[in-house]
Each structure stands twice: as structure tokens, then as C-alpha cells.
Design a binder for this molecule. Structure first.
Ligand code: 1HN
Length: 351
């Protein structure tokens, strides 16, 4: 007579024999599936511009914008290498366009934002209108709109691309097309969108031209900076964020894109903020000044010291706080609108 199998052996045999039918016992994975709090595989990370820039310029020598279609170095989360992702839902990259180059027209269902990091005078064209890029401008490419970029200025222009690529991939909902033309035809003078939608006014008739996406496609730095300046002078300081504003779709009051929220904040000199955590992982681009972000997760603390044009990522539910001795200005984006639409957004402000 065979000895009775141990409980463990009975289970192991059960799992082995069901596996060919693609069956898996939930009870072995349940805790990982519904963790007591977010358990992101992402880690925090910092990209110093002085280290990245030489590689961007080498890329400029190694491949043309035309050949590359988009000459971009992807900022990959160190824990998600090979996935073209900076968080589980978001993509980030630094794009270079040299004088005389054109990044050819195409469109895709992924939404994109551009945040201008270095250089003036390149343009991006969206749906028949061009806008000139200046450092600190926040520019939108709505889902499924034709877009091309060009540089008619004298120096290199670099910007941060933020896209919802991993999110669209998750939903298997991505489509893309190349245009028959390299540069799209311009059908409206530069500044028309801003005049129509950028002055707390809106056209009397007509629908939102880009559906759920903002009809303003360049939010100029000059104006964002002025708002922060005034708040710094006149408004109470927030102990977590300093002076922080979110960009809005003027037709809805919601985020500029359905999948991504964008923010700009000013930390005044001597700022030492309180810690917070939130479910939306966020990507930051440093516009002006220096500072530090102290990030704590699972008992491990790291301090990222940043300066102008550096980029960093704060993953979901990592506790973070800012310090800035000399003051700074930060742009950031996250997938918050999706969390909010699903009713799963959480934020804690700690002291
Ligand atoms: C894209 O279309 C751009 O238009 C930049 O500049 C980055 C990354 C993946 C897919 C499409 C652009 C991109 C992209």
C-alpha cells in the first residue's frame, strides 16, 4: 500500500496536472493580486541632463530625424527596462530636432504632450496649425491628429515627450498612420487656437475640435510663469506643493488630455515641504532652479538632487517631499485623470 501523500504533495500534484489546461489556483496568488496597498514594480529615478545631453547630441550625428521618424531617447524606468515605460501607464522620452530637420507627419491614437527643455524656434504642427516652441511651453498632440515637427532655427531643440503609450498598449487600442506628406499643410495662422480658447473665452458656436482633449495646443511658459509669480507674491503657500497649478481644458475645466494631467509648480527659496503619497505615478521636468526630492518606499529612502532640465519619476504610493534652498519651478504629468474617471484615485498628505 502506498503511503498517503502529504497535503503539500497533493496540492503540487493538483497544480501540475491542471497546468496543461491553463488553469491556475487563485489561492496561491491572491495576496499578490489584491495587495493591501499599491505594490508597483516601478522605482524612483533621476536623469541628469548633463549626462543625457551628450548622448542626445551623439544620436543627432548617428541618425537623421527623417530616418528615425522621431529621434528620441526613451527614459525607461530602471525596473521596467525594455518596456518603453517610465511608469506602468506612461511613456517619457527626450526628443532632439536639429536645424533644417523635419520629423515627418503621422498620427496615432496615443495622446502626446511636449514640454520644451532646450532651444527656441522649432515648431510643431497639429491639425493645420503650427506653434513655435519655447523653453517651458507645454504643447499637446491630441489623439489621432496629424502632427509633424520642424526646426527652422539655428540650434538644436530638445523637448520631453510624454505619451500614454503603455496605457493604450494595455487596452490593445492603438492605431497609427503615416501621412502622405512629410509636412502637413498649414491652414490657420499661428496663435489662432490660443486666441479662440486661451483667454477665458470660447467660440459662441461649434463643438470641441478635439473631443475630450483641450483645443489649446500650446500653453506658453510666459503665462504659466506669470501665474506662479503672482501666487508667490500674494497667495498662501501650500505646505506640500508650494504654489502648484494644474493645466486645464478650458472647455471642460478637466485635464488637458483624457489620459494625462499636467501641472506646474513653484517652490520658493527655503522651501521644505511635508511628505505626500498618491496613486498616480508622476514624471517631472525641472524648468528652473535647484532642489531635492526625498522619496521613501518600503523602508528605503533616496534623495534625488535636481537642477534645470533634469527629469525624475515618483512612482505610485511612494512617499515624497520637496526641499529647495534656492527656489525652483517644476513641470509634471501623471495618469491622474484615469484614476479619477475610475474612482480609484487616492492621495495622502502626511505631516
Ligand atoms: C511620437 O509620435 C512622437 O510625434 C514622439 O514626436 C514620441 C513615441 C512613441 C510613438 C510615437 C512625436 C513617440 C511618438
Amino acid at each position: 500500500m502506498n503511503a498517503p501523500l502529504s497535503t503539500a504533495a497533493v496540492r503540487a500534484q493538483l497544480y501540475t496536472e491542471m497546468s496543461p489546461l491553463n488553469l491556475t489556483p487563485l489561492w496561491e496568488v491572491l495576496h499578490a493580486l489584491v495587495p493591501p496597498q499599491p505594490a508597483t514594480p516601478c522605482v524612483s529615478a533621476l536623469w541628469k541632463y548633463e549626462q543625457v545631453r551628450p548622448f542626445l547630441m551623439r544620436a543627432g550625428e548617428a541618425i537623421t530625424a527623417d530616418e528615425a521618424v522621431r529621434r528620441v531617447l526613451i527614459l525607461e524606468n530602471p525596473a521596467l527596462r525594455g518596456q518603453s515605460a517610465i511608469t506602468q501607464s506612461l511613456y517619457a522620452g527626450l526628443q532632439l530636432i536639429l536645424p533644417g530637420e523635419v520629423a515627418p507627419s503621422h498620427r496615432h491614437t496615443q495622446s502626446a504632450l511636449r514640454f520644451i527643455v532646450e532651444g527656441t524656434g522649432a515648431y510643431t504642427a497639429v491639425d493645420g496649425e503650427r506653434t513655435t516652441m519655447r523653453p517651458g511651453d507645454f504643447i499637446i498632440t491630441p489623439s489621432w491628429t496629424w502632427h509633424d515637427h520642424g526646426n527652422e532655427a539655428h540650434g538644436p531643440v530638445v523637448w520631453l515627450d510624454g505619451l500614454d503609450i503603455p496605457m493604450i498598449r494595455f487596452f490593445d487600442a492603438g492605431f497609427a498612420q503615416n501621412d502622405s506628406r512629410k509636412s502637413q499643410a498649414v491652414s490657420r495662422p499661428e496663435g489662432t487656437s490660443l486666441a479662440r480658447y486661451g483667454y477665458n473665452m470660447a467660440p459662441v458656436r461649434g463643438n470641441a475640435p478635439f473631443g475630450a482633449t483641450s483645443p489649446i495646443f500650446n500653453y506658453p511658459y510666459e503665462r504659466s510663469r506669470e501665474a506662479l509669480d503672482r501666487l508667490e507674491r500674494d497667495a498662501p503657500l501650500d505646505d506640500w506643493d508650494g504654489f502648484k497649478l494644474r493645466y486645464v481644458n478650458p472647455l471642460t475645466g478637466g485635464s488637458p488630455m483624457p489620459t494625462m494631467a499636467t501641472f506646474m509648480q513653484r517652490l520658493p527659496p527655503g522651501f521644505s515641504g511635508n511628505p505626500w503619497r498618491q496613486t498616480d505615478g508622476a514624471v517631472y521636468s525641472v524648468v528652473e532652479g535647484q532642489g531635492e526630492i526625498v522619496i521613501e518606499h518600503a523602508g528605503i529612502q533616496s534623495t534625488l538632487a535636481f537642477g534645470p532640465r533634469d527629469h525624475f519619476v515618483v512612482p505610485s504610493w511612494h512617499t515624497a517631499r520637496f526641499k529647495s534652498a534656492s527656489g525652483c519651478v517644476l513641470f509634471s504629468y501623471s495618469d491622474r485623470p484615469v484614476h479619477q474617471a475610475l474612482g480609484i484615485h487616492q492621495e495622502e498628505r502626511l505631516s
